[in-house]
Design a binder for this molecule. Structure first.
Ligand code: C2O
Ligand code: CU
Length: 441
């Protein structure tokens, strides 16, 4: 059978606009095509996406395709491309090789641009996806607004160091850019709900009022087997796909986040983001098989470590605290070679959580605090609890260039918890390529 792939074109215009997050609650958002989130981009595995980005903001921007295995030059970071200046156009072009729930977001001045709404979902479908009665994408976010619905600026020393320490969390809770939205699902039906945590720093513990759901996928697509759960943690940057339903007509079910204590000044509390209303009964064609796909383990748990990455914090006179990778800020890490399997020990010696994100490549967690994880998954973002240690395995396929990893709490990333590194073609000598610091100021 010949696989038909297509070239799919999208236009995104970044600008500032008024956005209603609720009736009579309007913010000055920054985003794409006058909406928060930006347009939902869709493709099938193997398609080529061409996304023309016009920057009509007053400052430069770049778009990162979170989770997509794109060429290095399309990764949308300061080491991969020149920023798209105000008034300029840049065309991203890449093939989407994997099915799953991905997203795009600004990778320039992120603590401001992402907070204001510069993100959207990118869904890649495949014939092997399970059949459901419908599908919804939920982008989780929160905003920190003052009484006039303006974005607060932590100008003073104490609020500034607290926001740097905790990451920016706000009390305006959004799903797809709206407060308190109502979501419908029909009695008897099962839908695929794709949750994407696009917030700056919120730890979202998904709960549907205590009802059971099936976790069917995460960052890099489907799991091997559905997992029945009543709650699941989704840290900033992570994705979780669930099969939701069937429910009964008339039921009212909250989409909420349970409290998660990540040892900050913030208090962990249960909060409602939206409400699901169960509508009249409809027939169902949904079928969630017991085996969704197979995932081959990259290595055994006891494989030798090839690199250590330590996340920690240290005092800073100017800013209260610095966020460190291997005891330094904004690091240039050693190169890796195409085709050489990577086994990284990532440790967190600090007393707070950090979601570790690797650009451009999926990894498997092969060990968590000395134990094998309960199940296999392809990940690009994984949470490290305080004083924890994991082992991840990943393969640098043939996409040489400059890549990065960082904490996906945007304030921690900006405060130094990031590193660039080269993926080099093993056949060419590595002659100390020139590194550029990616400062994200
Ligand atoms: Cu979604 Cu560099 O991040
Ligand atoms: Cu962090």
């Amino acid at each position: 059978m010949i696989k038909q792939t297509k070239v799919i074109k999208y236009d995104l215009e970044a600008s500032e606009f008024n956005w209603d997050i609720a009736p009579n609650k309007t913010i000055k958002a920054w985003g794409f095509n006058d909406q928060v989130p930006g347009p939902l981009l869709k493709a099938n595995v193997g398609d080529t996406l061409v996304v023309r980005v016009t920057n009509n903001l007053k400052e430069p921007t770049m778009i990162h395709w979170h989770g997509l295995r794109v060429p290095a030059s399309m990764d949308g970071t300061g080491v991969a491309q020149k920023p798209i200046e105000s008034g300029e156009v840049f065309e991203y072009r890449f093939v989407v090789p994997d099915a799953g729930s991905f997203w795009y977001h600004s990778h320039s001045n992120e603590t401001v641009q992402c907070e204001r709404g510069m993100y959207g979902a990118l869904i890649v479908e495949d014939k092997a996806d399970p059949v459901t009665d419908g599908e919804k994408v939920f982008m989780i976010d929160d905003m920190k607004l003052d009484a006039d619905n303006k974005f607060t600026k932590p100008g003073w020393f104490v609020p500034r160091i607290i926001e740097r320490h905790d990451g920016r969390e706000g009390s305006t809770l959004l799903i797809n850019g709206k407060e308190n939205s109502e979501i419908g699902i029909h009695d008897g039906q099962t839908e695929r709900w794709r949750f994407i945590n696009s917030s700056s720093a919120r730890y979202f513990v998904l709960s549907l009022g205590g009802k059971e759901f099936k976790i069917i996928g995460t960052d890099g697509g489907l799991l091997e087997h559905p997992r029945i759960a009543t709650e699941v943690l989704i840290t900033p940057g992570e994705r979780i796909d669930i099969a939701a339903g069937p429910f009964n007509e008339g039921e009212i079910i909250p989409i909420e986040s349970l409290g998660y204590n990540r040892s900050t000044y913030l208090t962990a509390k249960r909060q409602k983001f939206a409400t699901v209303k169960v509508l009249e009964k409809k027939p169902s064609v949904a079928f969630i098989p017991e085996t969704l796909r197979t995932i081959k383990p990259l290595v055994k748990q006891d494989a030798n470590i090839t690199r250590k990455v330590k996340l920690s914090v240290g005092p800073s006179l100017k800013d209260g605290m610095d966020f460190l990778v291997n005891d330094d800020v904004h690091v240039n890490d050693k190169p890796v070679k195409v085709g050489e399997l990577q086994i990284w020990e990532v440790s967190n010696t600090s007393l707070m959580d950090h979601p570790f994100h690797l650009h451009g490549f999926f990894f498997q967690v092969i060990e968590e605090n000395g134990k094998a994880p309960e199940y296999l998954a392809w990940k690009d973002t994984v949470n490290l609890t305080p004083r924890s240690r994991i082992k991840i395995a990943w393969m640098p396929d043939n996409r040489p260039g400059t890549w990065m990893y960082h904490c996906h709490i945007l304030e921690h990333h900006a405060a130094g918890m990031m590193a660039n590194f080269e993926v080099i073609d093993g056949n060419k000598p590595y002659n100390d390529m020139i590194h550029t610091h990616d400062h994200h100021c």
